[in-house]
Ligand binder design. Structure first.
Ligand SMILES: [Zn+2]
Length: 299
């Protein structure tokens, strides 16, 4: 298989997968339990989720390691299992997808704040991601995905750790923005322009946004990223803002609505489109159908 960056240079638009947490819940993950605990006990479910997204048409499949950095795992006394948790997640996806898709090593926030807001030194943050990323690379991932970041310094430490562990492994980095009267900002006060500069300088190969407030805001965010950067872009939107109905969490945006709006992402020049919270294999399947029609491919 060609390297992801070569595919993008070739003009290909790649589809990534959708949410992981909601499917894990359907398979018995209890609220409040770390999703990564399944990497020690239920790897067959990880394989099943990867297979569902592969079947839906995704070409980039994430590992269940969003909270797999030792600082985050320490909140559940699982930090001494960092290597096993990350390695098992990569093996599960690799077994499920073979050579049919790329494995993306997910690295989410540490859950801790850097000084002066919190008590973590930059070096400790770097070491945190270095340890996770070493295990992911050893497991055999194709790309690293630093995602859902709101603190630019935390994001840049993760990118630098990835590039130091393996300079040849591509890194995508996404931050999460909210609309404010002054424009889009992360909850830590980072603008899109600041994010673009910071992520680029740290060495990210692909940049963009994930999670957030739904596909319509993501189109605006993508446009702003494109205005500030010439790097390939990735967008992984939530299926809208969750609504609580009874004891159920409902995400309002349908597969058809999201795929229709994703056409605008393609026009803006976004290279990787996937989903975040609330998106399902059906969202990904409909998105692939739309892209194939657009590119005149029959599938
Ligand atoms: Zn999300």
């Amino acid at each position: 298989m060609k390297n992801i960056l070569e595919r993008i240079q070739n003009g290909d638009v790649l589809v990534a997968d959708g949410a992981m947490g909601t499917i894990l819940m359907e398979h018995g993950l209890k609220p409040g339990d770390p999703p990564e605990s399944f990497n020690l006990t239920h790897t067959e479910i990880l394989k099943k989720i990867a297979s569902l997204y592969l079947k839906a048409g995704a070409e980039i499949i994430q590992t269940n390691t969003f909270g797999g950095s030792p600082l985050k795992l320490a909140m559940y006394s699982l930090d001494d299992k960092t290597e096993e948790i990350n390695k098992n997640a990569v093996l599960a996806v690799n077994e499920a997808i073979g050579e049919h898709a790329y494995v993306s090593g997910s690295c989410g926030p540490s859950g801790r704040l850097l000084k002066p807001y919190g008590d973590v030194e930059e070096e400790e943050m770097y070491n945190n991601f270095e340890r996770q990323i070493k295990a992911l690379i050893k497991g055999g991932i194709d790309i690293i995905c630093v995602e859902t970041m709101t603190d630019l310094t935390e994001a840049t430490q993760a990118i630098k750790a990835a590039k130091t562990v393996s300079s040849s492994t591509p890194v995508m980095a996404t931050m999460t923005f909210d609309p404010t009267p002054k424009g889009f900002y992360t909850i830590m006060g980072i603008s899109i322009e600041q994010a673009v500069k910071g992520l680029e300088n740290a060495g990210a190969d692909i940049i963009g946004s994930n999670c957030g407030n739904g596909i319509e805001n993501m189109v605006k965010i993508a446009r702003e990223f494109r205005a500030y950067s010439t790097l390939p872009l990735i967008i992984q939107s939530n299926a809208g803002l969750p609504e609580i109905k009874g004891n159920k969490t409902i995400y309002p945006e349908t597969p058809e609505f999201m795929a229709e709006k994703a056409k605008e992402l393609v026009s803006i020049g976004v290279s990787i489109i996937g989903g975040c919270c609330g998106t399902t294999p059906e969202h990904i399947r409909v998105l692939c159908e739309m892209l194939n029609r657009r590119m005149g491919k029959n599938k």
